[in-house]
Ligand binder design. Structure first.
Ligand SMILES: Nc1ncnc2c1ncn2[C@@H]1O[C@H](COP(=O)(O)OP(=O)(O)OP(=O)(O)O)[C@@H](O)[C@H]1O
Length: 827
């Protein structure tokens, strides 16, 4: 054997109620492709998590190139371990380029400025004609593209040990071939590859050795050449299988009036689909990925708009929304299990009951007995392996999650069943059970079944007929003896010259632009010009030098505090205490910055302002990170504490600030206040750091998905501490500018800034869910808010309009950006 690249010795890992790995040993040589196979829940992904440092074993050791792996994911990455997970660990709010950058080890990262070109190179190394853009946001990618990004990241890491955990479940045939080519090339260069898949043919094609896991234990390691496909199946499930696919009914049995009819059915990505599916018939929709088959299925499920005629049992129905599709008897199993299938926070039982509220309820109330029976029947029906029905569904192995979701959908007793990738991640034994279950359902209840699958063998074995799509239209129909894997693949390949770009109309492009990072700034600028022109036509004094100069001076504290708020919003928090902190700092300053105070005392005042701001931020962080309080609650407590503190120190405004300080801070160049220029320069610098530095990336990564950011090397608690500290410092800057404006220790000076800072940050594009934001957007948002406040007197409106207009604008901004993001993600 070649030199050992990876040595796993006696590894044991338990979860509550489950021994996932039991004394597992595995040795992989440099240059070896080692298949790991086993039933769902056998422990494969857990073993890979241990090898890649994401999980610490209870006992046992892992050595990479002779070095003990005891330092978590960072050490694993540094030792050359790269992993492609069952669900790519990408950060949805970051771009493809930023994700690739974060995922490769620091030694292989380019200069941040060259990130986009480097990422383009990585993607082109995978496919010269790739359509994945480095600047696309990951949340806008379909599952197949997310896998390609994850695989490209692993390949670009120049790994010494490469782990591929079911990498091909979402890949088309060409990409599978491409992957195999890369794996073989890497192995030739001495990389050890672990390949996990339930597609035994693939494992046989690419691996030289296989290890079989069952119930967390190694059942044996064998040279692949010595085993046939059925030998491997027998080793995995502990018995032989007579047949993979159930018998199909004779065509005569399918002559009944159609259950589902489509006439000129069309929508984004498909057109002119005419189809009749009889009761109990199973029809496959095939084609190279992106040719309209999946879009047709999803449109029938009410996802994405559609037109044309849809009839169920002869009655015309509309399926414009998921709810209406469900009402007419359609049930849909989504292909993207992680995003659309499992409700990850809920238990296995809740996932099942939620989809079947009707049958689990009595008189509108969920019945415990009915729920129990429903859950038991669903789990038994597909032999789902779970520690208990009340376990979170996310703790199940991938294949068991798939079976639980499929079971919950089958329990809805549908008239038309729409299934996207019925057996993704499911082991060989369970596949056979699912196929026969579907056939029994079709024969027993007459359910019409439409199936999309990237596995042509599955379509050929399971379906009565298969329609082949190309460029959004049905170009061939295969049935009877002609229905084989080869004919489906040949029909798809000869009809399509390539994959179709998912059709995006004008509305799709607009949504995608609105969801991008530049939209807020451009929309705000447009709104400011429009408002300026409108007010100026009503009152020419609005454009006077004096007015412009005072607007620019007044807005500076809001600009700084909006940037402060953006910093914490980026990590998924909101800081309610910024306003009272500004007021408190003004009060503190008023004891040290008066004309009577000596210079030394004034210097102490400035230092105190910074120290207090940092101390308050550290307190907020400790409440959030150490005491695990939600940020809103933690900062609300600080809000009241600071406000009381200000009132205790200065029950009445007092302490007149030294005029030299007021004049110094109010200095102008022409009509423009110097403080304004400093704020703009600060925003530009911070924006640059946000986009071009590791710190900026880490900030957005932690806000986007803390766990995945951790896998990429970011320490969430430290990043949040930095965010709160940054927020404190920027709030201190805002307070300093405010001191110059109010000129005395007014305890109520800052209170209004809490809400206006949130408005300005949100208008500037910061997401209340974290992961996104822009410092330039925040200062522009602040300018727009201040412009509105300043315009009210010129329009002779009452001050109540301040609240109406800023409130409405915030609502419109948040709704536009979040809705467009949501919709462009689904598109
Ligand atoms: N975080 C967790 N909490 C509780 N149980 C877990 C957790 N992760 C895994 N398990 C359990 O450990 C066992 C092994 O799971 P694992 O995901 O390793 O299986 P697998 O072989 O990868 O299966 P599949 O082929 O379905 O992906 C399963 O019973 C699973 O429910």
């Amino acid at each position: 054997m070649a030199t050992t690249a990876l040595q796993v010795s006696a590894v044991t890992k338990t979860f509550p109620g489950v021994t996932a790995l039991d004394e597992v040993a595995l040795e992989v040589g440099a240059g070896e492709v080692h298949g790991v196979v086993g039933e769902n829940g056998a422990g494969k992904s857990t073993l890979m998590a241990v090898i890649s440092g994401a999980l610490v074993p209870d006992r046992g050791t892992v050595e990479v190139a002779g070095r003990a792996m005891d330092g978590g994911p960072d050490l694993a990455r540094a030792l050359g371990v790269a992993i492609v997970r069952q669900e790519p660990a990408l950060l949805p709010d970051l771009t493809v380029a930023e994700n690739l950058y974060l995922k490769v080890p620091p030694a292989h990262r380019p200069q941040p400025g060259a990130m986009s070109r480097w990422a383009e190179g990585c993607l082109r190394e995978w496919d010269q004609e790739t359509r994945i853009r480095p600047d696309a946001r990951v949340s806008q990618l379909v599952a197949e593209e997310r896998f390609i990004v994850e695989i490209s990241a692993a390949l670009s890491s120049r790994p010494k040990v490469l782990i591929l955990d079911e990498p091909t479940e979402h890949l088309g045939e060409r990409d599978v071939e491409r992957l195999f080519g890369k794996v073989r090339a890497l192995a030739r260069q001495g990389c050890a590859v672990i390949y996990i898949s339930h597609r035994i043919r693939e494992v046989r094609a690419v691996a030289g050795v296989i290890t079989v896991l069952r119930d967390g234990r190694v059942r044996g390691t064998y040279p692949v050449g010595a085993l046939s496909e059925s030998d491997i199946v027998a080793l995995i499930i502990g018995r032989t299988l007579d047949a993979t696919f159930p018998a199909k009914p004779a065509p005569a049995a399918l002559q009944a009036p159609p259950r589902l009819e489509l006439a000129d059915f069309r929508g984004a990505g498909f057109q002119g689909v005419n189809l009749r599916v009889g009761p109990g018939e199973v029809v496959g929709l095939a084609g190279i990925e992106g040719n309209g088959q999946r879009e047709t299925l999803r449109a029938l499920a009410g996802l994405g708009g559609s037109r044309g005629e849809v009839r169920v049992d002869g009655t015309a129905v509309r399926v414009h929304r998921p709810q209406s599709a469900r009402k007419h008897g359609f049930a849909f199993l989504p292909g993207d299990r992680h995003r659309e299938g499992v409700l990850g926070e809920l238990s296995v039982a809740e996932n099942i009951v939620f989809r079947n509220l009707g049958s689990a309820s009595r008189w509108g109330v969920v019945s415990a007995r009915r729920s129990r029976e429903l859950v038991a029947a669903t789990l038994d029906g597909l032999a789902v392996k779970a520690a208990s029905a009340s376990a979170p569904i996310a703790s199940l192995s991938g294949g068991n999650q798939q079976k639980a979701v499929l079971g919950s959908i089958l329990a809805t007793d549908p008239r038309v069943l729409l299934i996207d990738e019925p057996t993704q991640g499911v082991d060989v034994g369970s596949k056979v059970e699912i196929y026969s279950y579907l056939r029994r359902l079709a024969a027993g209840t007459g359910t019409a079944i439409l199936v999309v699958s990237s596995d042509a063998l599955e379509l050929a074995g399971l379906c009565d007929r298969v329609l082949v799509f190309s460029r959004g239209a049905v170009v061939a129909e295969v049935s009877g003896p002609e229905l084989t894997e080869e004919t489906i693949t040949a029909a798809a390949l000869t009809a399509s010259t390539g994959r179709r770009q998912a059709a995006r109309g004008g509305a799709g492009r607009l949504l995608s632009w609105l969801a991008g990072d530049s939209a807020p700034a451009i929309l705000i600028a447009a709104a400011m010009v429009a408002l300026g022109v409108y007010v100026a036509t009503r009152n020419p004094m609005y454009l006077s030098t004096f007015n412009i100069s005072s607007l620019l001076a007044l807005v500076v504290p809001l600009m700084f505090v909006a940037m402060a708020q953006t910093t914490v919003m980026m990590v998924g928090a909101i800081d309610l205490s910024v306003g009272p902190l500004m007021g408190f700092l003004v009060v503190v300053g008023s004891f040290f910055l008066t004309a009577e105070d000596a210079q030394g005392r004034q210097a102490l005042g400035w230092i105190l302002i910074v120290v207090v701001a940092i101390a308050v931020s550290a307190l907020n962080w400790a409440l959030v990170d150490a005491l695990k309080l939600p940020p809103l609650v933690a900062t609300l407590a600080t809000f009241f504490a600071l406000q009381s503190g200000s009132l205790l120190l200065r029950p009445q405004p007092g302490g007149v600030i030294d005029t030299r300080i007021v004049t110094g801070l109010g200095a102008q160049i022409g009509v423009v206040p110097v403080a304004f220029l400093v704020a703009v320069a600060g925003a530009v610098a911070l924006q640059f750091a946000l986009r071009r530095s590791w710190a900026g990336l880490a900030l957005r990564a932690v806000g986007s998905d803390e766990r995945r950011a951790g896998l990429a090397g970011a320490r969430a608690a430290a990043v949040r501490l930095a965010a709160f500290a940054g927020c404190g410092l920027l709030t201190a800057a805002a307070a300093v500018c405010l001191i110059a404006q109010v000129g005395s220790g007014d305890p109520a000076a800052g209170t209004t800034y809490t809400l206006t800072s949130i408005s300005a940050a949100a208008i500037g594009g910061a997401s209340i869910f974290g992961g996104r934001g822009s410092f330039l957007g925040a200062v522009l948002g602040a300018l727009l808010v201040q412009q509105i406040l300043g315009a009210i007197p010129f329009l002779s409106l009452s001050t109540a309009w301040e609240s109406y207009l800023v409130g409405a604008l915030t609502l419109v901004a948040v709704a536009t950006f979040s809705k467009s993001r949501q919709m462009s993600e689904v598109a």
